[in-house]
Design a protein. Structure first.
Length: 119
C-alpha cells in the first residue's frame, strides 16, 4: 500500500503501509528501475505480489508497477519506481532526503508524485 503522512517541513509525503518513507531515484528516467545490487540493498525497492493499493491522499490513478531485472514487481507512482531507505529506522524518518548516492539524488515524493526539493 502507498499512502500519505505528514513529515514536518517536507509536508505531506508518500509512505508504505508501515509508515516508512518512500523515495524516487533521479537516475530512473522511466518506470524501469536502475537500482540493483548494492544500490537495492541500501535503497530497497517497494515490491508487490499483487495489485498495489492507496490510502490517505495518495492517488490510485498514479499507481503502477514495473518488472525489475530480478523478476520482482516494483511499485511505481507517477511514473517513478519507489524505494525505501535502509538508513530510515522508524516510520517518519526521512534520512534519505536529498542524498546523492549511486550516481544521482534521492527525494521523498508528495501526493502528486513529484519530488520534494527543499533546496
Amino acid at each position: 500500500m502507498v499512502k500519505t503522512a505528514s513529515a514536518g517541513k517536507l509536508g505531506t509525503i508518500l509512505v508504505d503501509e508501515k509508515g516508512r518513507t518512500l523515495y524516487l531515484f533521479e537516475a530512473d528516467k522511466s518506470t524501469t528501475s536502475t537500482c540493483d545490487g548494492s544500490c537495492a540493498a541500501a535503497w530497497p525497492p517497494l515490491v508487490t505480489s499483487g495489485s498495489p493499493s492507496t490510502g490517505g491522499s495518495a492517488k490510485s490513478s498514479l499507481l503502477g508497477t514495473s518488472k525489475r531485472s530480478d523478476g520482482t514487481t516494483q511499485v511505481t507512482y507517477n511514473g517513478h519506481p519507489v524505494y525505501r531507505y535502509a538508513g530510515d529506522s522508524k516510520p517518519g524518518d526521512t534520512n534519505g532526503q536529498a542524498l546523492n548516492q549511486f550516481g544521482a539524488e534521492w527525494y521523498v515524493l508528495d501526493a502528486a508524485g513529484n519530488k520534494v526539493d527543499m533546496s
